[in-house]
Design a protein around this ligand. Structure first.
Ligand code: NAD
Ligand code: TYD
Length: 358
């Protein structure tokens, strides 16, 4: 069997952020084996990785992170020495409707992965040496800020409000418990809202671009005054690569672009950019903006202080938001087939057609 310099397991690699992470690692490190473990829920789409699926160093395992024996077997047989854990249920609105699956996947799934890694690594010749469990988390664990200058730092106490953020907070605590109890080498990063290609069109930006394209209403929750801090997904993937390789084990790093937008201002910019790209006259889609009943427990403001990541590891976001929005809107309009597959459910059959014949 071919020997690789590193054997890295990425969970949730068929999802939005995970696919950018997998693509980056597969292309940048041809001497690494990159194993993508994904259950392919509604949010997992292997079409996101069509451009790298034939690469020699890329492997896909359809598996559930809650399946202890299977996960353990993959970690053992692939000689995994690094885990980048992104698999999760990720949409706040879904967590309000069905919190149980969030506890199952995000809490029990993370615990299952931790325990499986611990079992295999503790039994290996060099124990935890050269191993790393990297857990990808969110700024939503810190709760909500009022409008003003306050930012979330790595010291901000946890105060999650939605079932989604409560489940992510719980998973973060389990990761730290494994660090403190078993001396497992772990690192955690908490990132702000991501945007960019391959995001499932239930989230604000891809949903609204698709609706503008079909001239459908743009449902703005409440008065549109909630503030989110937006980061281009490739900048997040670059930060993950950097933290995985150079972050200090045991530490937490906040990731964000110091880029706060009120939802309504973001939506107006998005309408302007998308109309221009579609060749519509200025203001054509403004009438689509529709204020609807607010999300339950809607956090007012998230804003990340990523000074630690910048000063320790030299990371900075690379894109201005206006440029990132234009790039993103253009991508969704240029990839209508992808959007159509995702909205019709056709992407769920892609796995069968691509992988079942192998
Ligand atoms: P996503 O919903 O697009 O993708 C999640 C992936 O996990 C999918 O491919 C899905 O099939 C897979 N998955 C779900 N349950 C699984 C299970 N039981 N076993 C194996 N695979 C499973 O999510 P995303 O937006 O790419 O987020 C990825 C990670 O980043 C999550 O942990 C999320 O909490 C975190 N995060 C997301 C954002 C954001 O803005 N999207 C911001 C900060 C942190
Ligand atoms: P979302 O993309 O769901 O991310 P998160 O809830 O994790 O921040 O939502 C971003 C913001 O946009 C959030 O304040 C809720 C709001 N929103 C709307 O106003 N309308 C929508 O249809 C959606 C999906 C979100």
């Amino acid at each position: 069997m071919k020997k690789y310099k590193r054997n890295i397991l990425v969970t949730g690699g068929a999802g939005f952020i995970g696919s950018h992470v997998v693509r980056r690692l597969v292309k940048r490190y041809p001497d690494y084996r990159i194993v993508n473990l994904d259950k392919l829920t509604y949010a997992g789409n292997l079409e996101n990785l069509a451009d790298i699926q034939e690469n020699d160093n890329y492997f896909f395992e359809k598996a559930d992170i809650c399946d202890f024996e299977r996960v353990k077997e993959i970690i053992r047989s692939c000689e995994i020495d690094g885990i980048i854990h992104l698999a999760a249920e990720s949409h706040v609105d879904r967590s309000i409707v069905d919190p149980f699956i969030f506890a199952k996947t995000n809490v029990l799934g993370t615990l299952t992965l931790l325990q499986a890694a611990r079992d295999v690594w503790e039994e290996s010749a060099d124990g935890f040496a050269g191993k790393l469990f990297y857990h990808i988390s969110t700024d939503e664990v810190y709760g909500a800020l009022r409008t003003g200058k306050e930012l979330f730092t790595e010291q901000t106490p946890y105060s999650p409000h939605s079932p989604y953020s409560a489940s992510k907070a719980s998973s973060d605590h389990f990761v730290r418990a494994f660090r403190d109890t078993y001396a497992m080498p772990v690192v955690i990063s908490n990132c702000s809202n991501n945007y960019g290609p391959f995001q499932f069109p239930e989230k604000l930006i891809p949903l609204f671009i698709n609706n503008i394209r079909h001239h459908k209403p743009l449902p703005v929750y409440g008065r549109g005054e909630n503030v989110r801090d937006w980061l281009y997904v490739e900048d997040h993937a670059r930060a993950i690569d950097l933290i995985f390789h150079e972050g200090r084990p045991g530490e937490t790093y906040n990731i964000g672009g110091f880029n706060e937008w009120r939802n309504i201002d973001l939506v107006k910019l998005l309408v302007k950019v998308t109309d221009r790209l579609l060749g519509n006259p200025e203001g054509y889609s403004d009438e689509l903006i529709t204020y609807v009943t607010d999300r339950k427990g809607h956090d007012l403001r998230y804003a990340i202080d990523s000074t630690k990541l910048k000063s320790e590891l030299g990371w900075e976001p690379s894109l201005q938001f206006e440029e990132g929005m234009e790039r993103t809107a253009r991508w969704y309009l240029d990839n209508q087939e992808w959007l159509d597959h995702v909205t019709s459910g056709d992407y769920l059959r892609y796995y069968e057609s691509m992988y079942s014949k192998r």
